[in-house]
Design a protein around this ligand. Structure first.
Ligand SMILES: [Zn+2]
Length: 370
């Protein structure tokens, strides 16, 4: 394995020196087919065990990526997701099952439980949270690599800001309809020869309505294909072979067979983020309320304070117009007419059945409190 130019942050994080201690028989057996693959080998396997990857979003792409990384023996995963499992997820989100949907289990926690069943040696930190400027340093800081598996550009630009700021590699992945796209971002100041960042290619997030899974649908194969490429690139990085990583934005429509690649080999001249180091998204400039992909729902996160579910439930039980009021340790939920409100312990709520932010806010203020 070659040693690329190493600088401070990742030199410590992903050690370059040869691993001297032997590999146990248990690991040799469990990962035998992967160790046989010359690109990984015994040393690569040991490097994977020491690696820490954060996955932002545990929907279809994130569930596939988490499953692939955990099965490959990546030792530590941080999973961040703000959403819960529903039956319409099961078509493509391969870590979840009908019991998870029935229990409306938060995706990060459902993924953690599922991974423990097939690879109990992987440390999984599950965060039921929205990734925002206030928590991004804490949640992504310790990871060697960040995988984007979000459904929105707001979060992607936030991840790009953080990773460029701290010199942390990240891998973009997206899928919509039958189309998949992915791109490696090795920022300036990381241990690697830098690539373009997201803002080099697309200086601004798309404005106006963008197609989502809600409007265009999604093929399970497209999203799992994006995750497969993303995780393969991750394995190259984590085993110390960044020179093998693709330096293009790859787009492939699996249905129409259109395939294209745009070079990302060099950072763009004059990029505001990786050139001028202006981190507007990290600073929280213009952060809107977020409408979720494929969900006809609005997220409200105005009150960052813990909620006492038992007291809240008691209070809500007095409202005769609320149905299906239930709660567990992870969420509280009720239905009112066509709207379902799901409240998380940190005060964040998802109002489902509308994209009207004002209406969602009214429901929140009335039933949860302002
Ligand atoms: Zn850039």
């Amino acid at each position: 394995m070659s040693s690329p130019v190493a600088t401070a942050p990742l030199q410590e994080a992903l050690p370059r020196e040869p691993i001297r201690e032997g590999i146990t028989d248990e690991i040799k057996d469990r990962y035998s087919r992967q160790i046989l693959f010359p690109g990984i080998g015994a040393e690569g396997q040991q490097r994977l065990a020491r690696a820490h990857v954060a996955i932002v979003g545990v929907g279809a792409t994130g569930a596939a990526a988490a499953s692939l990384l955990a099965r490959a023996g990546v030792g530590h995963l941080t999973l961040i997701d703000r959403d819960y499992v529903e039956s319409s997820n099961l078509q493509r989100q391969i870590l979840f099952d009908e019991a998870d949907a029935l229990a409306a289990l938060p995706k990060a926690e459902a993924a953690r439980r599922k991974i423990a069943l097939f690879n109990s040696s992987v440390q999984v930190d599950a965060h039921i949270a929205d990734l925002v400027p206030a928590n991004i340093h804490e949640l992504l800081g310790p990871a060697h690599l960040v995988l984007d598996a979000t459904d929105n550009f707001e979060t992607r630009y936030l991840v790009n800001d953080l990773c460029v700021e701290t010199g942390k590699p990240w891998i973009y992945a997206a899928a919509i309809g039958g189309y998949a796209a992915t791109m490696n971002v090795l920022p300036k100041g990381s241990a690697y020869e830098p690539t373009a960042c997201l803002a080099c290619l697309f200086p601004k997030p798309p404005s106006g309505p963008v197609e989502t899974c809600d409007t265009a649908g999604i093929l399970s194969t497209a999203v799992n294909y994006a995750a497969s490429i993303q995780v393969t690139e991750a394995l190259k990085l984590l085993t110390g072979q960044p020179e093998k990583m693709r330096r293009t934005l790859l787009s492939h429509d699996l249905w129409t067979n259109e395939f294209s690649q745009i070079s990302t080999a060099k950072p763009g001249p004059g990029c505001a983020v990786c050139g001028r180091r202006e981190f507007a998204h990290l600073a929280g400039v213009g952060r809107p309320h977020i409408t979720l992909c494929g969900r006809n729902s609005v997220q409200i996160h105005e009150h960052h304070r813990p909620v006492d579910f038992a007291r809240m439930r008691e209070r809500l039980a007095r409202h005769t117009d609320l149905e299906d009021l239930r709660s567990n340790d992870l969420l509280l939920r009720f239905r009112r007419g066509p709207h379902t409100v799901t409240l998380f312990p940190d005060g964040r709520a998802l109002v489902q059945g509308t994209t009207d932010i004002a209406l969602a806010r009214t429901l929140y203020a009335r039933f949860i409190g302002s």
